[in-house]
Design a protein around this ligand. Structure first.
Ligand code: NAP
Length: 335
């Protein structure tokens, strides 16, 4: 078996399907593996019922992600809950190959021979006064995760896509009143969902309306909205605000390291390798998988597959091998 010196062989950034699958494969290759995640589950944890993950007729997003986490830890991966905000290269620190220092907002830094970037996408924020102040105190970015906490209360859902429509539809079953606030006069969701939402008597749709402020005292008490057509503003009493306005790729802190596309997504090879910025040269030691990449299919099974490729490619890179198929059970036998 290939012997790697001290420190981590792989640091995997992210806590959902791509990262946890990468962690399972890396740890089963006997690589010293650390997962750094803000939380577990990513976008999948925001999905109530998943019916297209092979092997499961129907499974909740959170239970599926928890199973992956358990499997990664059983394989030997370490997991810490911190937010990465910097990666620095130490050139030639590992027998001619680079090492990396991964830094977190907690002030910690971790050394590794390879990094898998697999932290997906982050919910887009409204950027209005009160949003930050009332985070987790009435402001939520996930109806599936937090919706049940608002049973019996008046709530607002912001957005005009399928997430907002689905969220409003779900909340209308447990809340007496749901305001669905969309900045335009047309939704961008499935027709059947739009029809369903329009049918619900306790959903009030406010078209052409922007949220200007979220107000409260300790928790959310109301929102101030403005109609874009006549500039009229009004204050609506609500206990919860669900911001369902899509997601963004937070790659600003890695743009000096790897090549990104115009949307800030990491450009990766078929083998999950990254490139130097403004170059077609492979960037040694940095790999990427899942929704953070350009992949057009933002699906859990795709992320899992890419996480697997990233870990095996990182192993091949550290072992000095060319991309090749290595049967998973080989590493297990040699442990
Ligand atoms: P999305 O489709 O990108 O829609 C985002 C919505 O938020 C749009 O209506 C957009 O308005 C609005 N928006 C964006 N920025 C805003 C801002 N700063 N202030 C106010 N409104 C803003 O995002 P999504 O609904 O989260 O869906 C993401 C993807 O997942 C989509 O492909 C969707 O179809 C998919 N999805 C599928 C299902 C399902 O299959 N059941 C469920 C949920 C999501 P505009 O319309 O004006 O741009």
């Amino acid at each position: 078996m290939v012997k790697f010196p001290e420190e981590y062989d792989a640091i995997i950034i992210g806590g959902a399907a791509a990262s946890l699958t990468a962690a399972i494969y890396a740890a089963r290759r006997a690589m010293k593996t650390l997962v750094i995640a803000k939380s577990i589950g990513g976008q999948a944890a925001m999905t109530d019922v998943i019916e297209n993950y092979p092997g499961f007729m129907s499974v909740g997003g959170i239970p599926l992600m928890n199973k992956m986490l358990k499997q990664a830890m059983k394989a030997g991966a370490e997991v810490i809950y911190e937010e990465v905000n910097g990666i620095e290269e130490i050139p030639n620190a590992n027998n001619g190959k680079p090492m990396f220092t991964v830094k977190t907002t907690s002030g910690n830094s971790y050394k590794t021979k390879s990094v898998v970037l697999s932290y997906g996408k982050t919910p887009r924020t409204l950027d209005v006064p009160g949003e930050g102040e009332f985070g987790a105190k009435g402001v939520s970015y996930c109806v599936t995760c937090d919706g049940p906490l608002f049973k019996g209360k008046k709530v607002a859902v912001v957005g005009g896509g399928n997430s907002a429509l689905e969220g409003a539809e779900y909340l209308s079953k447990i809340c007496p009143k749901v305001y669905l606030i969309h900045r335009r006069d047309q939704f961008r969701g499935f027709e059947y969902l739009i029809e369903e939402v329009k049918k619900r008597k306790n959903i009030e749709i406010l078209y052409n309306t922007n949220v200007k402020e979220i107000k409260g005292e300790n928790t959310v008490h109301s929102i101030v909205v403005q109609n874009v057509a006549n500039n009229e503003t009004k204050e609506i009493p609500v206990s919860g605000v669900f911001v369902e306005i899509g997601s963004v790729t937070k790659t600003e802190f890695i743009k000096q390291l790897v090549k990104l596309d115009q949307m800030g997504q990491v450009i990766a090879s078929n083998n999950a390798e990254t490139y130097y910025p403004d170059s077609d040269k492979i960037r040694p030691g940095l790999f990427a998988a899942g929704d953070i990449t350009q992949t057009p299919f933002k699906q859990i099974v795709v992320s899992a597959g890419e996480g697997c490729k990233a870990a095996l490619q990182a192993y091949n890179y550290l072992a000095g091998q060319q991309p090749t198929f290595v049967a998973d059970w080989v590493a297990k036998k040699k442990k």
